[in-house]
Design a protein around this ligand. Structure first.
Ligand SMILES: [Zn+2]
Length: 488
């Protein structure tokens, strides 16, 4: 089956074909490590994690490179506020970022280059841009990219250059070094106390955009297959990357441009600058990582997604339902019984439906919907069709397809009981439940039932329900969980 990929550059879905058969180079812009990462970052890196997983599933050898910006104005400012060296602050936040990504079950990329390890590459790249006539050195030792020498500028966003120049000229320009207000900095001299590296132009540090051109070239070559990032990076960051890389090498740079949509909160983009963000760390205290993934993948990666308690609660309900079903399924399989043929031919169809959905511009939401449907069927098979010949074979076939498909999305990889316990641990924190109190009330209810005082048992049940605690009586005893809205 052909893989169709929406390319921001052509504004169409294109049939994907890598430069080298069987191999893919993919670069995704990483985080600036001055603080903890937020849910907007999680959206981007979960989206590309799923793309990475699917490309590998298709049999490609994927070289996935995601950088760390470990020197920039924000890092310098924050390090000064905290009174620590920039390197130490960056190192600390890289550790935290990895902890968040691991908790979110994002696979580590093949390479995670850091800017400060690539200064010689950056200096050489800036020099090539100057040598090719696309860069100029200002009196203070800054180096700029000259957009007037590069007529293809803005080819990714399709913005109109005259409008952009006019808009930029209207603003009060503080940088008087620039020949054109849209020119952007490649190298800037460092101020006293800032990190600084030698260069032919000044003791300084790289501008932001140049790092991705240098690191992608170093790790993937001058031309490679996929470049990704958030939609907010299309302009100026990715336009500038394209201009720099093509001006330096003359090669085609990235061929497919993939951009994920924002996470919105109250109809506004979640971001540090708007101060309306939730860190990954704080969200994972309240919601299971797989619920967070399910929430982030419930909308196509290019569309905006709404951050809300309700959406996260619903995603939690879906993951819980899927794990509960798997627990029942595994138990039924373990019990054994009639073998025979697979009585649910849709099992194979679902495998195909998932490939079809994912091959249509990575439609994870539709694919996960198919897994969900298969688990619904599993519930029918475990509950209603107990004695049929072929039941165990059917359940095993379903389990196999679910396990394989779920691994594309980084969900349902835990043992069901462990995952259900982890979900409940978060419920307890979120609802502020006193577990000792819940268990004491359950014991009182069990005692009441043993004494046939069903009125008291019902009163206790109602009392627990008021705290959103559901009581489940089953042959093994009484258990409890959280009352949720019905899973659709
Ligand atoms: Zn970048």
């Amino acid at each position: 089956m052909e893989l169709k990929v929406y390319n921001t550059k052509s504004r169409t879905k294109e049939t994907f074909a890598p430069m080298v058969e069987g191999r893919i180079g993919m670069y995704v812009c990483g985080v600036t490590v001055y603080d903890m990462s937020h849910i907007g970052h999680a959206r981007c890196y979960v989206a590309f994690d799923v793309i990475f997983r699917y490309l590998r599933h298709l049999g490609y050898e994927v070289n996935y490179v995601r950088n760390f910006t470990d020197v920039d104005d924000k890092i310098i400012k924050r390090a000064n506020e905290l009174g620590v060296p920039t390197r130490e602050l960056a190192e600390r936040n890289i550790v935290e970022y990895h902890a968040d990504m691991d908790a979110l079950r994002c696979l580590r990329p093949s390479g995670e280059p850091r800017v400060t390890d690539h200064i010689p590459d950056i200096v050489a790249l800036v020099q090539r841009i100057i040598d090719n006539g696309h860069g100029y050195v200002a009196d203070d030792g800054s180096v700029y990219f000259s957009i007037d020498t590069y007529p293809q500028y803005l080819e990714l966003s399709g913005r109109n250059i005259e409008d952009m120049v006019a808009g930029a000229s209207d603003r009060v320009e503080t940088d008087t070094n620039k020949r054109n207000p849209l020119d952007f900095v490649l190298w800037k001299p460092s101020k006293e106390g800032e990190p600084s590296w030698d260069s032919p132009w000044s003791a300084g540090r790289p501008g932001w955009h140049i790092e991705c051109s240098a690191m992608s070239a170093r790790h993937l070559g001058d031309a490679f297959d996929i470049h990704g990032g958030g939609k907010d990076l299309v302009f100026p960051h990715h336009e500038n990357e394209i201009a720099q890389s093509k001006a330096a090498s003359g090669d085609e740079f990235a061929r497919y441009w993939l951009h994920n949509g924002f996470v919105n909160i109250d109809q506004e983009k979640m971001s540090k600058s708007l101060d309306n963000f939730f860190t990954i760390r704080e969200v994972l205290k309240l919601y299971h990582p797989e619920a967070v993934r399910a929430f982030l993948l419930a909308t196509h990666y290019r569309s905006p997604i709404n951050y809300s308690t309700r959406n996260l609660e619903e995603a939690t309900g879906r993951i819980e339902y899927m794990y509960q079903t798997l627990a029942t399924l595994d138990e039924a399989i373990a019990q054994g019984g009639n073998e025979g043929d697979n009585l649910h031919p849709e099992t194979e169809t679902v495998r195909q439906q998932i490939v079809t959905a994912m091959s249509d511009d990575f439609n994870a939401a539709a694919a996960i919907g198919h897994i969900f449907e298969l688990l619904r069927a599993a519930n029918d098979w475990t509950r209603k069709k107990r004695k049929l010949v072929g039941r165990i074979t059917t359940l095993r076939a379903i389990r196999e397809v679910v396990t394989e498909a779920a691994s594309l999305f980084g969900i349902l990889e835990r043992s069901p009981q462990e995952a259900l316990d982890e979900i409940r641990d978060r419920d307890v924190i979120r609802l502020g439940l006193d577990v000792a109190w819940v268990e004491a009330r359950l014991a009182a209810r069990t005692a009441a039932r043993q004494e046939k005082d069903f009125t008291l048992a019902d009163v206790i049940r109602t009392e627990l329900a008021a705290k959103q605690v559901a009581v489940m009586d089953n042959p093994q005893g009484t258990t409890w969980g959280v009352i949720r809205a019905a899973v659709e």
